[in-house]
Design a protein around this ligand. Structure first.
Ligand code: SF4
Length: 418
């Protein structure tokens, strides 16, 4: 009854209220969700113990942050049990959590209340090094606490006829980064391989490598250019492994079977993700017009299912930007309806071997949906529980995109707890 817009409560439940209502739900995962949902602000005191020599500074990224700045603040935070938060600096007027330094502890505050201890992400050892072409390695490959992240092209061709996804800011952010940081929009595959080779020298840190970029519609068949580029990149990275396959995930457009077979057979890639973004055809057509124009909702789903035949069960999934299904004016008006519709579609995919993970929607200042709001904490808690239950029901593993590798999907954190 407390879900937003039911008319019974006129405000979202707080963190404590949600935990009281769902006592089985892990507290640290709820905190993770709420920090992603609301964002964080770093106090001056917190920044006195932020040391760029040992902590990771935010840098190159596909998407912009809620403060729309490139200032060298902490990349993000970890909780006591190693749970990764992906949260970004957020203006005070949006009511973020505050990261403060109290006594001798770095903590997350909600108003005056200490919620939890936090730590900054540790800095990767390759971040200070230069490639053989003289480029800072941190602009070629970035890192999460346990995974290497390669964003080879920060451009999406869906933007060319104004058909970019409405929550996305990729091309606007690219312009910002290019002038602010000197980040190149397209990476050289050999240089990427070189940085991966250097990064892997750090013992014990990385458990996988992920590649993701904007969609590229060009080619004899649409998206052939995107596929060719990923093949070159994955082959360059593969030179640094002595096995044909290496722990890796490609997050890309929904490719056709021929393209998927080429990717699987010609490279060491082990898992595949094609983000459908919103699990409802009507809303997909409105929110993701480029994906709808070039592929279509049903075909996107069909391609995911066909990918299971190539990559194997437990190695294919799709991501949703959870909360956009409630965007105004055409989204669901009740969270209860959005939740039901999303979980039904996720189950339909799971029956066919495709799992669904969610990211908390961040209304980014340079996106079309910049002035909207994401969903309530209760919504995200129930969605995480629902997606985790569906995966268990259909025995779908999520190892390649879980709390350790990715860290951006609260439902994935549940795979190690329940
Ligand atoms: S496909 Fe959509 S979300 Fe992905 S980069 Fe392009 S516009 Fe952004």
């Amino acid at each position: 009854m407390a879900l937003r817009q039911t008319g019974i409560l006129d405000r979202d439940l707080t963190l404590d209220e949600v935990l009281e209502k769902f006592p089985e739900f892990p507290r640290l995962v709820a905190i993770k969700i709420d920090a992603q949902r609301r964002g964080v602000r770093y106090s001056d005191r917190a920044l006195t113990v932020f040391n760029p020599q040992i902590h990771q500074v935010r840098g190159a990224a596909l998407f912009g942050s809620r403060d729309d700045q490139l200032t060298p603040l902490p990349e993000s935070l970890l909780l006591r049990d190693g749970t990764t938060l992906l949260t970004d600096p957020t203006p005070a007027e949006l009511n973020p959590y505050v990261v403060d330094y109290l006594g001798d502890k770095l903590v997350l505050l909600d108003g005056d209340k200490v919620i939890e201890e936090v730590e900054y992400w540790p800095k990767p050892s390759f971040y200070d090094k230069l490639t053989s072409k003289g480029k800072p390695m941190e602009f070629v490959v970035t890192a999460r606490p346990q995974r290497l992240q390669i964003m080879p092209s920060s451009y999406c061709h869906f933007w060319e006829n104004d058909n970019g996804c409405k929550y996305c800011d990729i091309v606007n952010h690219l312009k910002h980064q290019r002038t602010g940081l000197g980040v190149h929009p397209r990476l050289n595959p050999q240089e990427v391989g070189e940085v991966v080779g250097e990064a892997l020298k750090q013992p014990g840190r990385y458990s996988s490598i992920t590649l993701t970029a904007g969609s590229d519609t060009r080619g004899v068949e649409p998206f052939d250019e995107e596929v060719n580029y990923y093949i070159k990149l994955l082959q360059a990275i593969g030179q640094y492994f002595n096995t044909p396959k290496f722990p890796s995930q490609l997050i890309a457009t929904a490719f056709n079977e021929k393209q998927l077979e080429r990717l699987y057979n010609e490279t060491g890639v082990m898992s595949y993700t094609a983000d459908i973004e919103v699990l409802n055809e009507r809303l997909f057509d409105w929110i993701c017009p480029g994906k709808a124009e070039w592929i279509g909702y049903q075909e996107w789903k069909n391609r995911l299912v066909r990918a299971v035949g190539i990559f194997g069960k437990g190695n294919v999934n799709t991501g949703i930007v959870s909360g956009v299904e409630l965007a105004r004016p055409y989204g669901f008006t009740k969270e209860e309806d959005a939740l039901k519709a999303t979980l039904e579609e996720a189950e339909d995919l799971a029956e066919k071997g495709v799992s669904t993970v969610y990211m908390v929607w961040i209304p980014r200042p340079q996106s079309e949906f910049h002035d909207q709001h994401n969903a309530s904490l209760e919504y995200y808690v129930r969605l995480a529980t629902g997606l985790d239950s569906i995966r268990r029901k259909y025995s779908l593993g999520i190892d390649f995109d879980d709390y350790r590798r990715c860290g951006n999907h609260p439902d994935g954190d549940l795979s190690r707890i329940w």
